[in-house]
Every structure is written in structure tokens, then in C-alpha cells.
Design a protein. Structure first.
Length: 392
């Protein structure tokens, strides 16, 4: 695979697609960006599809149905087809693609988000698969025991056998290590393409005069916001001026509100739900620290978004986080959620350390653009297309 340009643009994407005869590409994803439960995976796919469309590629994204949205629509130059429920989307998408109902395609990208589409069984032609991370304990956190065991067995023991000859893409070197060591993929079959950062995330305004800690993400068990609230309550007893904001929506919303209220933290710990992008940027800019207690991540896009705004991170030491944070340069890593209070407290108490990590966070964030992400993903698909040779 050829090296990417130093700063790839739309013209580079267009040339790469033309060289591999990739004029029409279909993307299979579990959820659409408009879905109430959409998160980093959906934002990632949408940015890639947008930039490919800008480069002249005809992109169709096939997802499950999203309440209140039309079954077929357009976003940022690419077509979105939203049909079937959370589970039926997998067989129905495969059948529709096999029958050609979405139109001809020159390549296909499957986003394997827990449950795979098993594209190697029915796709004949250029393809690649995006697997952000291994889900591991996420199955137990989200499903009843028997279903969790079935999901884990499918992901780790059954599905990988069908993907051995398929080019795989993941977000980080630590996630790649898991795909190789735990799912048995050959290292040379797994490419690492980190996610980008929208230019809207940038320094601006002034930091809050008092400590503000922010966390952002879907309110679901894997994010361990309950443990984060415990850590923040502990920290508040040492830093009376502390304010904290947990941004996001999800089915744990009511439980987290109840936990916060039982701790008597209503006055200083806000749970505003999902924020409009300008408000989120302003929050990142005035915050002192971005934190996360998550148990599993492919990367941690909120970490690099906050970093681009000059806000360092204090997060758990897990795959993905260890790549998004340059330890000691753009933030700090802790071994357990219980350690977050001490680490955040040390950062709050040391203005010189905060200033150094803030500068390091901005420098680290400048490495990541969505143009580079779109180019790196297309390069994997293009390499598979060239390997297969000319197509009718």
C-alpha cells in the first residue's frame, strides 16, 4: 500500500479512487448518525462517507431504521438507506446487497460493531472491514448472561474464521494487538487508521477561573459513568470549588441522575444530555480536564477533540486510550476508575503541569485529520481492488 500524502485532500482521494476504479462504494453500518444512540462509530463512518462523496465517489450507507427519519435520504452528498430493525438489518442488508437492490458497487466497507454482517460469505469483489475494538466484557455489561456468552463466542471464536482473507482496519495500535492476539488475525492483514478531529475543535476563549472537569459519551454501562461519579464525589471533598459536566444520552440516564442526586451533587455535577456542537466546543475550551472511566474503547474521540481545544485528559489505561493520549505529554493514564480522583486532583493542584499538558494536547491533536482518515481507509479498499485485478 502506497504511503499517504503528508496532508491528503479531496484531490488525493479522487486520484486514489480513480486508480483503483472505485467509483461506487457501499458501506454497511449498524446505526445511522441520526439514531438517538449514535456515538463515535457513527460519526466516524459519516465523516469518511462525506469526504469520499466530496471526492466524487458515489457512496451508499446501509443502516438499521432510525425513528423519525425517512427510509432513504441524503446527507453531505452520500445516500443513506435506513431499513429493518436492530437485528434484522444484518440479514436484510446482506440479501439486499446480494440482489443488487442498492445499485452496482465497485467496493464494500463493512463496519463490524459487535455483530458482523459476514460480508466475506456473500461479497465478490473489493472489500474491507472496520473493526474498532474487541468487545470482551461489553457483552456482559449490555446483555443477559446467555446472550452475552453467545455474542462473545460469535465475536472471538466463530466470526473471525470467515474474515481471515479480508483486509481489516482498526483505530489504534493497541486495538490491532487485540485483533491479532485475541481474534487470531494476521498482523499484515490489519491496518491502523486513527480517527480525525473536526477543525471546529480548537482553542478559544478563557479557561474557567475554577476547576471544571468534563466527560462526554453515550450513557451506557461500558463507559462506567457510575464509577466516574463516585470518583468525582470523592474529588469534590478535596476540591470544594470543583464543577463537573457529564455530556451524553443513553439508557442509563435515569440511573445516573439518581446516583448523582443521592450523592447530593446536583449543585455542581451537571448532566445536560447531548449538547449542540458549539456548546460542546465551548465546554471543552473552558474545562481544565477531560476524563473517562471507560472499560473499552477503540480510540476515545472525545479525548482528542478536547485536546484540540487545549484540554488535557485523565483517563483509564485501556486499549484505545493509550493511543489517544500521549502519556505525560497530553494527559495522564490511570489503572482503575478509583484512581481518577487522585490523578485529576494532582493536575488541578499543579498549574505548571496543566499548562504543559495543555500545550502537549494541542500538539498531539494536530496529527489527526478526517482527510487522513478517509484517505487511509480508502487506501486499504483500493489495495484490495488492485490485488483482485481489473473488473468488468
Amino acid at each position: 500500500m502506497a504511503a499517504a500524502p503528508a496532508a491528503p485532500g479531496v484531490g488525493d482521494l479522487r486520484d486514489l479512487a480513480a486508480g483503483a476504479a472505485l467509483h461506487r462504494v457501499n458501506i454497511l453500518a449498524w446505526r445511522d448518525l441520526a439514531d438517538p444512540e449514535a456515538g463515535g462509530s457513527e460519526l466516524h463512518a459519516s465523516n469518511i462517507a462525506r469526504l469520499w462523496a466530496e471526492a466524487g465517489i458515489e457512496v451508499t450507507m446501509r443502516t438499521s431504521f432510525s425513528a423519525g427519519m425517512p427510509q432513504v435520504g441524503w446527507r453531505d452528498g452520500y445516500r443513506v438507506i435506513r431499513k429493518a430493525g436492530r437485528y434484522m438489518v444484518f440479514p436484510r442488508a446482506a440479501f439486499s446487497e446480494t440482489m443488487g437492490w442498492h445499485g452496482k458497487r465497485d467496493g464494500l466497507v463493512e463496519i463490524w460493531n459487535g455483530m458482523p454482517f459476514f460480508s466475506p460469505l456473500w461479497v465478490r469483489g473489493p472489500r474491507c472491514v472496520f473493526l474498532h475494538h474487541v468487545h470482551k466484557q461489553m457483552w456482559q455489561m449490555a446483555l443477559p448472561p446467555r446472550l452475552a456468552m453467545a455474542g462473545d463466542t460469535l465475536e472471538r471464536r466463530i466470526a473471525p474464521k470467515f474474515y481471515r482473507q479480508t483486509p481489516m482496519i482498526t483505530l489504534s495500535e493497541s486495538s490491532k494487538a487485540e485483533l491479532v492476539d485475541e481474534l487470531g488475525f494476521a498482523a499484515d492483514r490489519v491496518a491502523v487508521v486513527p480517527p480525525g478531529i473536526d477543525p471546529v475543535f480548537r482553542p478559544g476563549g478563557a479557561k474557567s477561573p475554577t476547576p471544571v472537569v468534563v466527560a462526554v459519551g453515550r450513557l451506557v454501562p461500558v463507559k462506567r459513568f457510575d464509577l466516574l461519579i463516585d470518583a468525582l464525589v470523592d474529588l469534590k471533598s478535596r476540591v470544594p470549588a470543583l464543577e463537573a459536566v457529564i455530556v451524553g444520552e443513553g439508557y442509563e440516564n435515569d440511573a445516573l441522575h439518581e446516583l448523582r442526586n443521592k450523592a447530593g451533587a446536583e449543585d455542581w455535577l451537571a448532566l445536560p444530555g447531548r449538547l449542540p456542537e458549539p456548546d460542546l466546543v465551548a465546554l471543552y475550551q473552558r474545562a481544565w480536564v477531560l476524563t473517562s472511566a471507560s472499560a473499552r474503547e477503540g480510540w476515545g474521540m472525545t479525548i482528542t477533540e478536547a485536546a484540540a481545544c487545549g484540554t488535557p485528559a485523565v483517563v483509564t489505561r485501556i486499549p484505545g486510550h493509550v493511543d489517544a493520549v500521549a502519556e505525560g505529554e497530553s494527559g495522564l493514564l490511570v489503572d482503575a476508575p478509583a484512581d481518577l480522583a487522585d490523578a485529576i486532583g494532582s493536575l488541578i493542584a499543579d498549574p505548571d503541569l496543566r499548562a504543559r499538558l495543555s500545550a502537549g494536547a494541542q500538539a498531539n491533536a494536530r496529527r489527526y485529520t478526517w482527510e487522513a482518515t478517509a484517505y487511509g481507509t480508502l487506501a486499504v479498499l483500493a489495495a484490495d481492488a488492485r490485488r483482485r485485478g481489473p473488473r468488468p
